[in-house]
Design a protein around this ligand. Structure first.
Ligand code: PBG
Length: 347
């Protein structure tokens, strides 16, 4: 108990002899309907974006061991999964490609017949405008060294040479039917370079969902299994992705991306960075996305498999917390399941 008398605790004593609080917050928690009426944060299927993997040269989906329930799709199974998501009401998908061949420049990323470009055309044919199609725009799935950009003679990621490649990838993705492109490589100036390339290629309507504040996180491990990426020479991405301890820097990244023409900005990962997400959401006037990444999903999936956590309850609590922190959109491997749960009104 506080020493000083609180204005909310007047002197009246209850039957136990203790002061009776005049403001009773529990009044509004008494029934499910009251709780529903005063709920501040409502997770909706409209908030969800499903990341999907499409792999060249396979004819049946391949399970990803470290992401139980998530698959590398063939072109055909990708279309089927996209139709299922659309019928559940999920508004958007983010696409990642796994090419058969990788090379130093990541050629497959901008090849008009590359795996993601083929997928975009098929999805547009099958679904029209029912799903917002968002290809991830990066080179790491396509480079033999696993970095998100081109390497210079000393093996370092060359920022400005990489921008020219991102411009080519953006144009290929736009011409294949992307609604938005999502640059995830954390090169300086990538949003401006991509905006200029899209406008120059008469694609002014294609928007940019910028991975603006992206941390060099250990939570991307299962994703790298999913896209078959190993960074050469035991390397990492710390020379381009952000340090986990930096918060002000995230705001600088976000402000720059908005100034360069980002239509939406993203914070990634989500749950370990809710403070960053909250500050970003308070700062910008564009919609804010958060990526609940592979490792965040895997931790929950593993604990739920062991019976240590209730998968549905923890998943919905997690997604609600991300929304409460300020996300307008949540990229999550839980999208289809969450859509089903929300549809059944089980929140
Ligand atoms: C890079 C990219 C990564 C993720 C999305 N885009 C991996 C990385 O930066 O190494 C991670 C997504 C996840 O972990 O779910 N193309």
């Amino acid at each position: 108990m506080a020493d000083a008398p609180s204005p909310h605790l007047p002197g009246r004593l209850g039957s136990t002899g203790l002061p009776v609080p005049s403001r009773r917050l529990r009044r509004l928690r008494r029934t499910p309907t009251l709780r529903r009426m005063v709920s501040e944060t409502r997770l909706s299927v409209d908030d969800l974006v499903a990341p999907l993997f499409v792999r060249e040269g396979i004819d049946a989906p391949v399970p990803i061991p470290s992401l139980p329930g998530v698959f590398q799709h063939s072109q055909a199974s990708l279309v089927a999964e996209a139709k299922r998501l659309a019928s559940l009401g999920v508004p958007a998908v983010v696409l990642f490609g796994i090419p058969e061949q990788k090379d130093a420049e990541g050629s497959g990323a901008s090849d008009p017949d590359g795996v993601v470009q083929v997928a975009l055309r098929q999805l547009r044919d099958a679904l029209g405008d029912q799903l917002v199609l968002i290809p991830d725009l990066c080179l790491d799935e396509y480079t033999d060294h696993g970095h998100c950009g081109l390497l210079d003679a000393r093996g370092r990621v060359d920022n400005d040479a990489t921008l020219a490649r991102y411009a080519e990838v953006a144009i290929a993705q736009a011409e294949a039917g992307a609604d938005l492109v999502a640059p995830s490589g954390m090169m300086d100036g990538q949003v401006a370079a991509i905006r200029a390339a899209l406008d120059g290629a008469s694609q002014p309507e294609v928007g940019i969902l910028a991975y603006a504040a992206k941390y060099a996180s250990a939570l991307y491990g299962p994703f790298r299994d999913a896209v078959d990426v190993t960074i050469a020479d035991g390397g990492d991405r710390r020379a381009y992705q952000q340090d986990a301890g930096n918060r002000r820097e995230a705001l600088a990244e976000v402000r720059l991306d908005v100034a360069e023409g980002a239509d939406l900005v993203m914070v990634k990962p989500a749950t370990l960075y809710l403070d960053v997400l909250s500050e970003v959401a308070a700062e910008v006037e564009v919609p804010v996305a958060a990526y609940h990444v592979s490792g965040e999903y895997a931790m929950l999936a593993a604990a739920a498999e062991r019976g240590w956590l209730d998968r549905q309850a923890v998943a919905l609590e997690t997604l609600t917390s991300i929304k409460r922190a300020g996300a307008d959109l949540i990229l999550t491997y839980l999208a289809a399941e969450a859509a089903e749960w929300l549809d059944r009104g089980s929140r």
